[in-house]
Design a protein around this ligand. Structure first.
Ligand code: NDP
Length: 368
């Protein structure tokens, strides 16, 4: 409400000092938009420590259900996040989950060997699915998931959070624009010390460093180089004296060759202190992304020709909130998802080629 100002004869104009109806005159109210309802399935470290807290920063996504094999834990988390306790399900409660119309999307955060089975069930229950990486253990499973989404008329997205993260997105843009000339090589490493017990150390659960941490380099190589690799070579080490590595290798290094001649040299290990970076070399410079695959703390450096190295500063975001909101918006407003099942399948095909290259010792062509 605007109050009139009066000018007393010969004096300064009077203006209202306090807002007359006690409301700040330019108070910005949030735009109220519908939020998609999410069910989070598999309440382990990632779901409890990153995904559920991220809903607090999401604009288009809200948690409405949980699916777990441990009802006590699930009920505690439901209470903490304001989820109705009648919307806490076990893995066998598919029919009840299907009937809950508040659930638009199921987020599958299970061990890798369970991704395909539960994704297909959720799609058949009429829900859209965001499935964690790696999409599945085999390319045949990935294809089944894609087919199930098509048959159900539902969307399937793979949780490649770095496609929604500003620093990685900036590297994609710089490379596309030729900021460092023509690309020649890509060097990438993602490793951590994985303590037992851990799903990542079990072959039955689809563990192993390539599909867990190595997949980040495989995926980043694609979004940086903009091509699919044609052949891979790889070598692995499994220390005989470390009981953690009875079923999966400790370290793997692999080289991907692209049609344009770009080479990507990558390694991954479950036996090193946390280290996550990549460097792209072009004919006119290089780009470094430190903490490239971490949840936060990305640092981007660029050197062109003989210029001094520059640091590019960007506003960080919560990766999980950005990723979930992208999917919610694709459902609510219509539109494609940026990281569909086909992308997950392409990566699993490369992982299969790496496994074969380790077994045979020779270069292996990546299946199309
Ligand atoms: P955890 O081992 O911490 O959690 C897995 C959860 O799955 C368990 O807590 C359990 O939840 C459920 N589960 C159901 N069946 C089994 C089973 N047979 N054995 C073990 N757990 C079972 O794993 P994470 O949370 O670290 O990883 C889960 C998924 O998320 C993986 O696919 C991983 O690759 C991916 N991930 C992705 C990341 C990213 O940045 N995008 C980062 C970390 C992981 P409950 O008790 O509720 O049934």
């Amino acid at each position: 409400m605007m109050a009139e100002s009066r000018v007393p004869a010969g004096g300064t104009p009077e203006v209202p000092l306090a807002p007359p109806d006690r409301q700040p005159p330019d108070l910005e109210l949030p735009q109220v938009r519908r939020k998609a309802g999410w069910a989070v399935m598999g309440l382990g470290v990632l779901a409890a420590e990153e995904i559920l807290p991220a809903f607090g920063q999401a604009q288009r996504s809200r948690p409405v259900a949980l699916v777990s094999g441990h009802a006590d834990k699930a009920r505690k988390l439901a209470e903490a996040y304001g989820i109705d306790e009648t919307a806490v399900y076990g893995y066998e409660d598919g029919a009840a989950l299907a009937r809950n119309d508040a659930i638009d999307i199921v987020y599958v955060v299970l061990p890798n060997s369970l991704h395909a089975e539960h994704t297909v069930k959720a799609l058949e229950a009429g829900k859209h699915v965001l499935c964690e990486k790696p999409m599945a253990v085999t390319s045949a499973e990935c294809q089944r998931m894609i087919d199930a989404a098509r048959a159900a008329g539902r969307k399937l997205m793979i949780a490649y959070r770095l496609h929604y993260e500003p620093f990685n997105m900036k590297v994609m843009e710089l490379c596309r624009q030729g900021a460092i000339g023509r690309l020649k090589t890509f060097v990438s490493s993602n490793g951590q010390n994985t303590e037992a017990p851990n799903i990542r150390l079990s072959r039955d659960l689809g563990g192993g460093p390539v599909s867990d941490t190595g997949i980040y380099s495989i995926n980043a190589a694609r979004y940086v180089i903009g091509e699919e690799p044609v052949t891979v070579t790889a070598t692995a080490h499994r220390p005989a004296d470390d009981p953690r590595f009875r079923e999966v290798p400790e370290s793997v290094s692999y080289t991907l060759r692209y049609p344009s001649g770009v080479l990507a040299h990558c390694d991954t290990s479950f036996g090193v202190g946390v280290s996550r970076f990549f460097r792209v070399h072009g004919t006119e410079g290089f780009i470094d992304l430190h903490e490239a695959f971490a949840y936060r703390g990305q640092r981007l450096r660029l050197r062109r020709g003989s210029q001094r190295e520059e640091t590019l500063l960007l506003q960080p975001v919560n990766h999980f909130a950005a990723e979930m909101d992208h999917f919610s918006a694709a459902l609510l407003d219509g539109g494609p998802v940026r990281t569909p099942g086909e992308l997950g399948l392409a990566d699993v095909r490369i992982i299969e080629a790496i496994d074969e290259a380790i077994r045979t010792g020779g270069p292996v062509e990546v299946a199309r």
